[in-house]
Design a binder for this molecule. Sequence first.
Ligand code: HDD
Length: 729
Amino acid sequence: MSGVFQRLQESVSEVKESATHKASEVATTNEKILDMYPNIVNVHQDKTMTTDFGIKINDADHWLKIVGKSGHGPSLLEDQIGRERIHRFDHERIPERVVHARGVGAHGYFKLHESIEGLTSAGILTDTSRTTPVFARFSTVAGSRGSADTVRDVRGFAVKFYTDEGNWDIVGNNIPVFFIQEDFKFPDFIHAVKPEPHNEIPQAQSAHNNFWDFQYLHPEATHMFTWAMSDRAIPRSLRMMQGFGVNTFTLIDKDGKRTFVKFHFIPELGVHSLVWDEALKLAGQDPDFHRRDLYEAIEAGSYPKWKFGIQCIADGDEDKFEFDILDATKVWPEDLIPVREIGEFVLNRNIDEFFSETEQVAFCTSHVVPGIGFSDDPLLQGRNFSYQDTQITRLGPNWEQLPINRPVCPVMNFNRDGAMNHRIHKGTVNYWPNRFEALPPGNYEGGRGQDHGAYTEYAEKIVGMKQRLNGEKFKEHYSQAQLFYNSLAPYEKMHVEMALGFELDHCDDPIVYKRMSQRLADIDLGLAQRVARMVGGDPPTETTHPNHGKKAPHLSQTEFPGKHTIATRRVAMIIADGFDLAAFEAVRAVLQAQGATTHVIAPRRGMIFPAGVDPESGTGGVMSDHHLEGQRSTMFDAIYVNPGVQSVLTLRGNGRAVHWIREAFGHLKTIGALDDAVDFVQQACSLPGVTLALDMKSDRVVTSYGVVTGWNVNVKLMPSAKIEPSETL
Ligand code: HDD
């Protein structure tokens, strides 16, 4: 036995070593990663294949058969090794999440910069010396697990904080409001947005009759669908989205005082979006665009970072606002209730295995730690019920024991058994109270009450009638939809209009698009008229809810430009044989020095020879990463066309090269060019009605950062890090 024991010990330390052999892995190992070590199996080191019950296998390729003369023969059911393989495979799938099925996750940490001791007793929000491990999962909502990343949809933004006092989950979105006010309507809402029941069409899209029928029949959804039609629903990167807890929670201080709170994550890189045409194309060209982007950024050490902020309303002030602060279809405008930034959240480690981490991670809004509580927000109340329940279907009753879900602090209670229980409880009793406990019931060691660090509900006296209704202010649905629309930049408004035009065009039932054309008048009459004309609705001439004309800061994403940086942006450098090597190397050095990733694109993949180098020599060239047909401009933030007489001549005659430039121009991307390539770029972009203002000299290099959000505007390329949308066409 001692030999077996020794082998086990060795294998644990082997795993520890191998799992940390990369410097980046050592640097990013935290308490949660260490907690998961005993479960990590290193497939590349364990060369001996065994069955699940541990015996070594002598042939991992063939079923046991009775082999006749010809080498054929029936397979034998007695082959327990073969049976195990196939049976195990037959049961690999678990139900995908009923919503948010497609997602991607990563590990990281949370660091508090400013204690909010006056508001909460939560250790994670008061102890600035702590670094708390986190796991985040970003997702789309409507699509299946295999759907595309860049669809128009809300993005889930779920963060699990493994605190010293237990797990705290913020299960938020990248949009601060929601479609419905009560969880009661959630099943109807999700049925309406998912593919239609008779033919399961369309996948991962809201552009269909049922979704818009639901939107019309639920005026409370108006604010949220305006956000969902904005650029927020087509993010450039998951690293460039805001996160919102959406629901109203509470903070409870050590004396039991309560404060209403909303949680915010603000990305260091700013909020940026794709343009719709790009998003559509990317869905086919690279369905994993966002997943890949996150993975690559973390691998490259460009760790995505968000500031963590709170908005607070004191207990007693909740009725001072036009809106109900517990209504999840309303924002708390930041000019009224500013966001206080108190910490940061960083993702610095990729997962080791998708299924066991990203697929098995499970969040619950009801998972809060002492010092954080709920509110009577009816949507939150229902969510608190739903998440725990859905995890039982998806993962089984012991889902909280799974490595990715278990807390890093001790767990002790008398919950027992159930499928796939992994804990082995030592002791002769499994009930409470029991004869071994010295303390009277309710005073289990550690005890109750804040003094012992236990979770204590806020004591609130409630007197009321049992009824199915919400507060009066829940009945107002259009004021904040107007506020949001009014606060957008002109091109953002245009995008909302185009998005509505696209979506309603996909509805073929006139009841749906005609009614919706009327509803839009409750946001803005002009918007409703323009959309109605596009989609075949009857342009409304009046509205019962005229636009109040008010605006609020921080609703437009242009308010969140983030760090003005080219870092982590993808730049395609286009060359062909005969290119100017000196220019190429100079530009590449500048781009890389600023943290951009450069990708060489040429008519073929392989060595591309600069001017003056004989291709026959087979050396002295630059290896291209891709050929022009293998990738598309949509996959890059900017393109740069390198000079060189022969190179430019070749590219001019290459339809795909011209398409790259035109498409990038149409998507308002930075296009850099030098010398003779400038003329080529200008000509390629001289589409009817479009003029390209290129302000570049050969001695200056464009180092602008990637995408601006806009459509049909002229782009002026500046030699400095700046892009200016000029007049709209
Ligand atoms: Fe939900 C998953 C966010 C309302 C029921 N939700 C889920 C996820 C996110 C959100 C990010 C994915 C978590 C993950 O990555 O595993 N949901 C929200 C937000 C809402 C919201 C921001 C509004 C404020 N959700 C909501 C309601 C209900 C649910 C009203 C039901 C009453 N949500 C679920 C669920 C899911 C879920 C069915 C599916 C998978 C899961 O929980 O773990 O329980």
